[in-house]
Design a protein around this ligand. Structure first.
Ligand code: ADP
Ligand code: MG
Length: 313
């Protein structure tokens, strides 16, 4: 029986620059098309770290070259651009791969806004480094002129840090659901979504923040009432004692076991921890729901129960 699956694509599914992405999306499309061929309904979300970094850098150069004409490009605008660029490559690669397999199915990207709470404590404590490294002088200038918050990054220079608030709800969820119900393969919530806050009336205001794509994918999967959340990344399974001599790969975790391991610090913050947290939240959100963490090229095997780490009750 076909399942409704939300798939969160990690950095390795897209590469870290233009030529890499062009090649990477072909492999990604093969993995996704395999699941569609198996009869599953697929919704894709993805990260955007290197892409939004590139766009931000380009926009900063533009501002520098002609300050009269260009104001600094707001971060939510950069996120929107990254969704467009990545969606474009994914749409084309998937379209081609599906047609090669004789499958006629529309693929469409939805520019997705995700609501965050302006009172989210993350806004008081920005932790997510973004954009290029800066010298001390450049960093000081950004702090005084633009009110940026910066951190010194392990001797490599200074970087802007922004808040990473929790996603609350997906603004375009109804459109996404209608498209999925109509049989389209939808790409949504790219880069965790464009963070917005509701203000007066119906106005949505973009926030200078980034939302973790694993958390946004979890909300997407819940709001679409998906059966499975698959988080595709650079490891085949989740491990305890990761990288140590007594490392042990895990095939299955209950939410309670996962929480125990989280408490013992087995999952690195900013990389594996948000994935396990998202998996636990999704597995707990409804009867029969499960999450799978595995490698991109193992997605089909993972869905068939042959590999990966499954989180379910
Ligand atoms: P993505 O781009 O897919 O979000 P991340 O680099 O953010 O990828 O997170 C995945 C990485 O987390 C893995 O490649 C691995 O190096 C690291 N990692 C940290 N802790 C663990 C763990 N306990 N088990 C497996 N991988 C871990
Ligand atoms: Mg990550």
């Amino acid at each position: 029986m076909g399942k409704r699956i939300v798939i969160a694509l990690g950095g390795n599914a897209l590469g870290s620059n233009l030529p890499e992405q062009m090649i990477a999306v072909k492999e990604t499309a093969k993995a996704i098309a395999g699941l569609i061929e198996d009869g599953h309904q697929v919704i894709l979300s993805h990260g955007n770290g290197p892409q939004v970094g590139m766009i931000q850098k380009a926009m900063a150069e533009l501002t520098r070259s002609d300050p009269e004409k260009y104001i600094p490009c707001p971060l939510p605008v950069c996120v929107a651009m990254s969704q467009g660029y990545i969606g474009y490559d994914l749409q084309n690669a998937l379209r081609e791969e599906l047609l090669n397999r004789g499958i006629e199915k529309g693929v469409a990207t939805v520019l997705t806004q995700v609501e965050v709470d302006p009172k989210d404590p993350a806004f008081q404590n920005p932790t997510k480094p973004i954009g290029a490294f800066m010298s001390k002088e450049e960093a000081d200038k950004m702090v005084s002129e633009r009110g940026y918050q910066v951190i010194e990054d392990a001797g490599r220079g200074y970087r802007r840090v922004v808040a990473s608030p929790k996603p609350q709800s997906i603004v375009e969820i109804k459109s996404i659901r209608d498209m999925v119900d109509a049989g389209l393969v939808v790409v949504a919530c790219g880069g965790g979504g464009i963070p917005v806050c509701t203000t007066e009336g119906h106005h949505l205001k973009g926030a200078a923040a980034v939302i973790d794509k694993d958390f946004a994918s979890c909300v997407l999967a819940q709001q679409l009432e998906a059966d499975t959340l698959i988080i595709l990344t650079a490891v085949e399974k989740v491990a305890v004692n990761f990288g140590k001599p007594n490392q042990k790969w895990l095939d299955h975790l209950t939410p309670e076991e996962a929480e125990g391991y989280m408490g013992e610090g087995h999952f690195a913050p900013g990389s594996m921890l948000p994935k396990v947290q998202a998996a636990v939240e999704f597995a707990r959100s409804g009867e029969g729901r499960s999450a799978l963490i595995t490698l991109l090229e193992k997605a089909r095997d993972g869905m068939a129960g042959r590999t990966g780490t499954v989180v379910c009750q």
